[in-house]
Design a protein around this ligand. Structure first.
Ligand code: IPE
Ligand code: IPE
Ligand code: MG
Length: 246
């Protein structure tokens, strides 16, 4: 039996977040340039998005470019930005085919103008799709996001639009880039690295973490289904004890 058949569709995670990692090592293993790894990684994204659509995952968030990734060699940064633009434009039809809405989080204004324009077009064009929301984290870091939220709240207090006592988890969450999304129940990282690299630090407070040795360009929907099967075997206690759960 494949992993897909083992999934209990009545207990799916609503939101899956993925730290796709290992493109560079995958390419290097084959004596190719790192950019070849990134290009191949796009096929994995396509397959995983299709997998989410197959089984009914509502939100998929993919870490595509971190704030820290700006520190990579300029050629690699440029290649990633160009790949982003070409992929967005090439995949709009596929997004419509699967009724997927494209969304982006991060410091989008820091991206090259062509990226901003094409992203904006694709997001507006797919805004009415409602099977799944695919969010690309671009120029994203969780510390940046949390600081931005703190600044916005501080301003509201300063302008007498909010009282300090009114700031609670819900209010804080509403200032984050993931507003209107549930927190990810499952967070996956590929390539054998066991760290979260500044991704969704607030939202992952109770995420189930899943690490796999598979390098991102080798990751396919079957690997995603395997992760979901693993997730469904876990007991999520949220601080309680086993006997308190029904
Ligand atoms: C992940 O693969 C893609 C991005 C961070 C953009 P890497 O490029 O980090 O690949 P490795 O970790 O060097 O193998
Ligand atoms: C994390 O991958 C960022 C993305 C997946 C976009 P990195 O490969 O940049 O992470 P670190 O720096 O090795 O932790
Ligand atoms: Mg990496």
């Amino acid at each position: 039996m494949g992993f897909k058949e083992q999934i209990d569709t009545s207990r799916l995670p609503e939101h899956i977040a993925i730290i796709m990692d290992g493109n560079g090592r995958w390419a290097k293993n084959q004596g190719k340039f790192r950019s070849f790894g990134h290009e191949s990684g796009v096929l994995s994204i396509k397959d995983v998005v299709e997998g989410c659509s197959d089984i009914g995952i509502k939100y998929l968030t993919i870490y595509a470019f971190s704030t820290e990734n700006w520190n990579r060699p300029i050629d690699e940064v440029n290649a990633l930005m160009e790949l982003l633009i070409s992929t967005i434009n090439a995949e709009i039809a596929t997004l419509h085919k699967h009724n997927i809405r494209l969304n982006a989080i991060g410091d989008i204004a820091s991206l090259p103008q062509k990226c901003i324009d094409d992203l904006k077009f694709a997001m507006e064009d797919t805004a009415k799709n409602n099977t799944c929301t695919l969010t690309l984290a671009l120029s994203y870091s969780a510390k940046w996001e949390i600081l931005e939220a703190a600044r916005k709240l501080a301003l509201l207090v300063k302008e007498d639009k909010m009282k300090i006592e009114e700031i609670n988890e819900t209010v804080f969450s509403s200032q984050l880039t993931t507003v209107n999304m549930p927190d990810p129940e499952l967070m996956i990282r590929t390539s054998g690295e066991h760290r979260v690299s500044n991704f969704l630090l607030w939202q992952m407070a109770y995420s189930e973490l899943y690490f796999t040795e598979v390098l991102w360009p080798d990751f396919r929907k079957e690997d995603l289904f395997e992760a979901i099967v693993d997730y469904q075997k876990r007991e999520r206690r949220f601080g309680k004890i086993s006997e308190q759960l029904n």
